[in-house]
Design a protein around this ligand. Sequence first.
Ligand SMILES: Nc1ncnc2c1ncn2[C@@H]1O[C@H](COP(=O)(O)OP(=O)(O)OP(=O)(O)O)[C@@H](O)[C@H]1O
Length: 307
Amino acid sequence: MIEVHELTKRYGETLAVDALSFRVPEGVVTGFLGPNGAGKSTTMRMMLDLDRPTSGAVTIDGKHYNQLNEPLKYIGALLEAKAVHPGRTAYNHLLWLAQSNRIPTSRVDQVLGLVGLREVARRRSGGFSLGMGQRLGIAAAMLGDPKIMMFDEPVNGLDPEGILWIRNLMKSLAEEGRTVFVSSHLMSEMALTADHLVVIGRGRLLANVSMNDFIDQNSHGFVRVRTPQPEALLDALSGAGISAAPHPDGGFEVVDGDPAAIGDLARDRGIALHELSPQRASLEEAFMQMTSESVEYRTGAEPTKES
Ligand SMILES: Nc1ncnc2c1ncn2[C@@H]1O[C@H](COP(=O)(O)OP(=O)(O)OP(=O)(O)O)[C@@H](O)[C@H]1O
């Protein structure tokens, strides 16, 4: 369990993280979302003691990172995939990390197998592709078999196969009961991976909810209706006080509509329906809705000091 308590980070005039508090639950993938510059990387660095908070604290299973004996056994992280000495082989990079945390050497071979790098283990990592570098970073994160794993933008620059592999890996790590905390600015990817969301803007907490609740709370669902008798249907709907907006594809959209009520109304009037489908907004639409409601988070808005 990761707990963030009133975490604040100031870089001179910039308030990068502002009294942030949240917990990252176990057994699910938690997505960490926020516009560019929201403070995600700074928060993650402070979680790993790579940056010192101005105030507040992060605890991992109740302890500060620097109190963890052999930290790779508690928390594994992929922050900067290319943060590996280019002249070192994949095997030696992992061996060095394993030895520094008293992890058995046999585990190096095991994680190389888990990420599919066994065949290139003796090659220098400087010649690795981006995808191989990501896999090596993930192998390092898994080395200590930690209960908590953090990934900062793990699918950046990966091909579809690599993206699918990382998505499935994160889900299976969570299913094993681990805490999986992942940042990404790719909403469609996050929607497919995360069960829970922590959303920040300008260093502040905006939401800490399940994916489903976040979408429901920040967007309107609608019902898509298609009929060969559009005029009769529009008439019936407006008579029932339901407003429907025409869609360029010839159908209608009823915002916050109840499909059963629309279906019953059409049946009562003898109107044929060729489509009656409830639609849900995407995570991207919900995210845009949430951030656009506040002037502070709108693209192009000047950051307000202390905001
Ligand atoms: N070392 C630093 N010195 C000064 N300012 C910094 C430093 N690191 C981050 N910042 C500032 O802190 C704020 C938060 O940055 P951070 O990189 O944490 O955001 P982010 O949410 O990870 O953004 P992105 O999605 O663009 O990576 C930004 O205004 C950034 O310019």
